[in-house]
Design a binder for this molecule. Structure first.
Ligand SMILES: Cc1cc2nc3c(=O)[nH]c(=O)nc-3n(C[C@H](O)[C@H](O)[C@H](O)COP(=O)(O)O)c2cc1C
Length: 352
């Protein structure tokens, strides 16, 4: 059965125009990444996981993750924490920031997070996890979604018990990445579990894990009955994967790659400031310019350049035609000033 990826679907009243979702990725899912994902066909994008403790303490960097641009919608903001009351308060901030969906992280396998009782460790305590979901669902009128792993231990099927319990508690959508927390990113995502989860709940399920092509997306949708597929690593420095999955893309030229990277660089500098962006962007150079698109020494050379201006000059020297592509892109993409960035109320920033 062919599944139409262009079909819209809903998470409660939020309409998602395509069945492709861009994954939340810490250290990756900045606004520039999310806006790019929407342009290339993702129907829903998600912020990286935002610490509830950071929100509570009004940590400036954390609050920066709550900045929403007007052309990102529909957008989920993901929060992580372990205290229902704090999670509820954070959900209200997420709502004030302008998100369409509050997503809760019950999937992060990283020790720094799980040792605080957050992330995937909540899969070992379904009742506490349900209390968190109930508190968040009560705190906000927005739909609440949960992203989870299959369980903490290898071979675990806990998601099939925890998932329905979370829906009972108020979750309006579940995303399953069917690897165990212990597995981190090894092995493969066992989507037969996704199919079982779909059978057990009445809410939409998003399938996450190892979706890297249109063929794979079609197969996962058809065999699991999931409402959408989520794409993460395959979209890093490669939005063309999203277009390929949507059936609208072809391999980019070198000029297109450089132009898209330059736009990403400029947007990220605006978002994070030049100092933070300089380090943040380094991994993206390899992601964009790899896949046989540019020779390895060129990527390495970019990493040695001390300023963003030098990176831009070097990129344009390698693909002079990118200037025209970039101009066209910038004409299509709303400019910074046209996009409402600071939708957060001033009180959220603690400013006067
Ligand atoms: C660098 C990186 C950061 C991630 N950060 C998050 C995160 O903040 N929240 C989350 O729910 N999942 C996170 N994930 C998991 C992804 O959302 C996704 O479920 C996983 O990568 C499997 O999908 P993929 O095979 O398409 O990459 C992260 C994954 C990667 C590779």
């Amino acid at each position: 059965m062919q599944v139409d990826l262009n079909e819209s679907w809903r998470i409660r009243e939020v309409e998602i125009p395509t069945r492709l979702v861009l994954a939340p990725m810490a250290g990756v899912s900045v606004q520039a990444f999310r806006r790019q994902g929407r342009r290339f066909g993702a129907g829903l994008v998600c912020s990286e996981m935002v610490s509830v403790a950071g929100i509570q303490h009004r940590n400036e960097r954390t609050l920066g993750y709550l900045r929403v641009a007007s052309d990102e919608h529909p957008l989920a903001i993901q929060i992580f924490g372990s205290e229902p009351t704090a999670m509820a308060e954070a959900a209200r901030m997420v709502e004030a920031a302008g998100a369409d969906i509050v997503d809760i992280n019950f999937g992060c396998p990283v020790k720094k997070v799980t040792k605080t009782g957050a992330g995937a460790s909540l899969l070992d305590d379904p009742e506490h996890a349900a209390r968190i979901v109930a508190a968040v669902a009560e705190a906000t009128p927005l739909p609440v979604s949960v992203k989870m792993r299959r369980g903490t231990a290898n071979g675990s099927r806990d998601c099939l018990v925890v998932g329905p319990r979370l829906v009972e508690a108020g979750a309006a959508c579940l995303t399953l990445h069917p690897r165990s927390a212990k597995q981190m990113y090894t092995g493969f995502a066992e989507h037969s579990l996704t199919a079982e989860l779909v059978e057990r709940v009445e809410v939409p399920v998003i399938a996450s894990g190892d979706v890297t092509s249109r063929a794979r997306a079609q197969a996962v949708l058809a065999t699991t009955g999931a409402s959408a597929v989520m794409v993460g690593r395959a979209a890093q420095g490669n939005p063309w994967t999203l277009a390929e999955i949507m059936g609208i893309g072809s391999d980019p030229s070198r000029e297109e790659v450089v132009a898209e990277l330059l736009l990403f660089v400029r947007e990220t500098v605006r978002e994070l400031g030049e100092f933070r962006a300089t380090g943040f962007l380094k991994k993206f150079y390899g992601w964009y310019l790899g896949r046989g698109r540019f020779p390895k020494p060129f990527k390495q050379e970019l990493l040695t350049l001390p300023t963003i201006a030098e990176v831009e000059t070097r990129l344009l020297a390698a693909a002079p035609g990118a200037v025209d592509v970039l101009e066209r892109l910038q004409a299509e993409v709303p400019d910074v000033d046209e996009v409402l960035l600071d939708s957060l109320p001033i009180s959220v920033y603690g400013g006067g």
